[in-house]
Design a protein around this ligand. Structure first.
Ligand SMILES: Cc1cc2nc3c(=O)[nH]c(=O)nc-3n(C[C@H](O)[C@H](O)[C@H](O)COP(=O)(O)OP(=O)(O)OC[C@H]3O[C@@H](n4cnc5c(N)ncnc54)[C@H](O)[C@@H]3O)c2cc1C
Length: 300
């Protein structure tokens, strides 16, 4: 990997823009997967990184990621595979880099409110499938049909069904793996449970509701998973840490499970805030919080 033998693999690139917190970050090698034609190169680049024992990590829009490094010593792969195709009234196929929010907005504007609860949900369909993203009563698994994934080591496309995905709370079988890269996915909106109350809201009204519940800015959304039967945000609040600041990192005063990074904040501030919250919640309530956010370190 030393000389990045692939013409499309960039070297020593600034990747500050590609994480939710936008902390200053660089990577030794960077590959932007723009279409299916790039997938064989992806396989070669990953094989080369592996042969050099360099870490590899995949990114959609990075909205659920914290970069815990100044310089990633390996290969960061950004997904930019576009495409949206309506298959039937309630079925569509999305390229994995299509934005969930944009598709939800287009459908709702056209009179189909099935994805209205996802208006304002940041990120790509690839990220949503991998992490079973969801909110306001609708999870990715609820409408998921199949996904085409690139088997990076065998160099071929595979189609995964819902049972293959083993979806759970903010997880799927594809989470934190580099042997599979999500290329596209199909969704059937008629699979969702009926009666989601948010679907009957107007678009503007729903956006207002979302704005009132979640802070905007440099964040990666909910930082911790909700423990069984509890709310991570409520625990952080009860531990007295709402609004707590370490350097440029802050616990949101609006939603205590959201961290916010000030302009130029250092990733170390965010990690220190995470560590403080974990230990305080553990001490006070005997509950060990685990991260929903993906923390990418120098090791991947
Ligand atoms: C303001 C804000 C609000 C949010 N609210 C919510 C919410 O209500 N509900 C919710 O579920 N999430 C929420 N999130 C988190 C985020 O929107 C979701 O996790 C989203 O699905 C991440 O998509 P992404 O494209 O940014 O993925 P990334 O953050 O880039 O990646 C997420 C994970 O998926 C992997 N990945 C991404 N693309 C691929 C691919 N093509 N192939 C293989 N692996 C891949 C990455 O390696 C990483 O492990 C919020 C985030 C923000 C900033």
């Amino acid at each position: 990997m030393k000389n990045a033998p692939f013409s499309r693999v960039e070297t020593e690139r600034d990747v500050t823009a590609f994480s939710g917190f936008k902390t200053p970050a660089r990577t030794a090698f960077f590959f932007d997967v723009r279409s299916k034609d790039d997938l064989p190169v992806l396989s070669e680049a990953v094989a080369s990184a592996n042969a050099s024992e360099l870490p590899v990590a995949y990114l959609g829009d990075g909205t659920n990621c914290l970069f815990a490094f100044d310089r990633f010593p390996g290969l960061l792969v950004k997904n930019s595979i576009p495409g949206f195709r309506r298959l039937e009234e309630n079925r569509f196929e999305a390229g994995s880099a299509e934005k969930v929010h944009s598709v939800a907005l287009v459908l709702a504007t056209g009179g189909n409110a099935a994805l209205l609860p996802w208006i304002g949900l940041p990120g790509t369909f690839g990220g949503a499938v991998v992490g079973n993203a969801g909110c306001f009563g609708l999870e990715t698994a609820d409408v998921f049909e199949t996904a085409d994934v690139w088997n990076v080591f065998d160099g071929r496309l595979e189609t995964l069904s819902k049972p293959d995905m083993a979806f759970g709370y903010r997880k799927s079988t594809l989470k934190n793996r580099t042997d599979r890269f999500v290329v596209s996915a199909r969704f059937d909106l008629s699979l969702r449970a009926p009666g989601n109350p948010y679907e009957s809201m107007g678009i503007a009204e729903f956006r207002e509701l979302r704005r009132a519940k979640q802070p905007a800015g440099r964040t990666c959304g909910s930082f911790f998973k909700n423990p069984e039967g509890a709310s991570a945000g409520a625990l952080i609040d009860r531990a007295g840490l709402k609004g707590w600041k370490i350097g440029g990192a802050e616990v949101s005063t609006l939603h205590a499970n959201f961290f916010l990074a000030a302009q130029g904040a250092d990733w170390r501030d965010l990690i220190a805030l995470r560590d403080l919250i974990k230990s305080r919640v553990s001490e006070e309530f005997g509950i060990e919080l685990s991260e929903e956010a993906r923390i990418i370190t120098e090791n991947g």
